[in-house]
Design a protein around this ligand. Structure first.
Ligand code: G6P
Ligand code: MG
Length: 217
């Protein structure tokens, strides 16, 4: 059967969380806000604007819209400097095996990400050509757990929501997939992603037989 497999980007295809962390950390340091790796977990799957609010909240800092916009811009400039050096070596293990398998079986491959930097990242990783549709932070207004990004992905793939399977590393993303009536597959810690239909530590744990079952059922 024809299904659409919708991939989140950050934390599913590439490990960009470390770069987001470094760029946010620089801002937090400059504002005298303590920002740890643990705090960074709160930002996974969360939009850029909301991420800044969370960081300011950690330091009880209030700021004008003008300041916030300036900081958001600077954070992205710093983030892009890390992205600039990215290449295909940063694709997470077995992502390409899964993409190739799905392509061989004639399945649709879609990106469903909150990031406004999704396209340059896919280009740097040299996998943009796998994607039949890309829905990213430039296309949607409502952040996960709102299902908008995945509903738009189904629409662009011209398949019903029930024929879509979502790979996500954030709980908000799993909730968005569930709200969209799609099959949700967690990539990461099953105790965190406890609302997912299935969960795998990473793609190396996901067999071709499992993918075939998703295609046929
Ligand atoms: C993903 C990441 C978040 C990030 C968001 C926006 O959801 O998990 O950490 O804040 O995208 O990314 P952007 O590249 O537009 O700043
Ligand atoms: Mg993610």
């Amino acid at each position: 059967k024809k299904k659409a497999f919708i991939f989140d980007l950050d934390g599913v295809i590439v490990d960009t969380a470390k770069y987001h962390y470094l760029a946010w950390k620089k801002l937090a340091d400059s504002l005298g806000i303590t920002f740890t790796h643990e705090d960074n977990e709160l930002l996974k799957g969360v939009s850029r604007v909301r991420s800044l609010e969370i960081i300011l909240g950690l330091g009880n800092v209030s700021a004008s819209e003008e300041d916030k916009n300036r900081w958001l811009h600077q954070k992205n400039v710093d983030y892009l400097a890390y992205i600039e050096k990215m290449d295909e070596n940063e694709i997470l293990p077995d992502v390409v095996r899964v993409l190739d398998f799905l392509k061989d079986y004639g399945q649709k491959i879609v990106l469903g990400s909150a990031s406004k930097n999704a396209k340059p990242i896919l280009e740097k990783a040299k996998i943009i050509n796998y994607f039949d549709a890309i829905v990213d932070g430039n296309d949607v207004t409502n952040a996960k757990p709102d299902p908008e990004v995945f509903l738009q992905g189904a629409k662009n793939a011209e398949l019903p929501n029930e024929a879509c399977i979502v790979f996500e590393d954030s709980l908000a993303g799993i909730q968005a997939a569930n709200l969209a009536n799609m099959i949700s597959i967690g990539i990461g810690d099953a105790t965190v992603l406890n609302e997912a239909d299935f969960c795998f530590k990473d793609f190396t744990k996901m067999s071709n037989e499992f993918l075939l079952d998703l295609i046929n059922n």
